[in-house]
Design a protein. Structure first.
Length: 245
């Protein structure tokens, strides 16, 4: 991939696109495009920091290794999503594993180049800090949602967030599908897979979504958004707020 094509791909991210063109070109010049097959790990929990990344093609998911040996799914990342800034900024080991759920093509800025790129200029660091702050705010919302919303509302919100991410990564697709297994959704929502299946089947019967194997297409995004915001009127009728956890 030549630098101009890479610059165009990275500029799908609105924050990156808003940077000064000379700074964007400098970022492109210090990194490398890499590939990884599905199932591979970009980095693993507790590994030393090795820079920052941006997805160009494919999907990864962040997982946390728990003390009992299980893995907890944290979040998905799709094309145009940056990740790895936490360790790159505080120099502590990785706090989770980033695993490829599809074949990947990604952009990697090695740690020495990343530090040289930022220098002592807060303006240059602001883009990466903003990306980190956005994810921090989303994490706070997840914690609040676990206490304030029921299972159907939390699932609606998770799907809405994933839908917005995929739309950002694929602006040319009018109604993109989501590649999420019900097991993964259950981890993110904090309920059983059977509970997720019942909610999704109800929404499918009402015409809000279309289901296939590990694939969901939102056919009534507005209705699910109203449910995730706690609005009963116009929300899917099979499972409204208060339907249980």
């Amino acid at each position: 991939m030549d630098n101009d094509t890479l610059l165009q791909a990275l500029s799908r991210n609105p924050g990156f696109a808003a940077l000064d063109i000379d700074y964007r070109r400098e970022i492109v010049q210090v990194g490398r495009v890499r590939q990884l097959p599905a199932g591979g790990c970009v980095f693993r929990q507790d590994e030393a920091v090795d820079g920052v990344y941006c997805l160009l093609q494919g999907q990864v998911h962040a997982v946390k290794n728990l003390a009992d040996g299980r893995e907890q799914l944290i979040v998905y990342r799709v094309r145009s999503g940056w990740f790895g800034e936490v360790s790159a900024l505080d120099l502590n080991p990785r706090s989770f594993t980033m695993r490829a759920s599809t074949d990947l093509e990604y952009f990697h800025i090695p740690q020495p180049a990343f530090e040289a790129l930022l220098g002592n200029d807060l303006g240059r660091a602001r883009f990466f800090i903003s990306e980190l702050c956005h994810r921090t705010r989303v994490s706070y919302e997840y914690g609040s949602d676990a206490l304030a919303l029921d299972a159907a509302q939390r699932l609606a919100k998770v799907l809405q967030i994933q839908y917005d991410n995929v739309r950002l990564a694929n602006p040319e697709v009018s109604c993109p599908g989501l590649s999420c297994s019900q097991e993964d959704l259950a981890c993110m929502v904090g309920v059983s897979r059977q509970r997720i299946n019942r909610i999704l089947k109800s929404w499918q019967a009402e015409g809000c979504i279309e289901l296939s194997r590990s694939h969901i297409r939102l056919t009534d995004v507005a209705a699910l958004q109203r449910l995730s915001n706690g609005v009963i009127e116009g929300a899917p009728q099979g499972l409204t707020p208060g339907d249980g956890h």
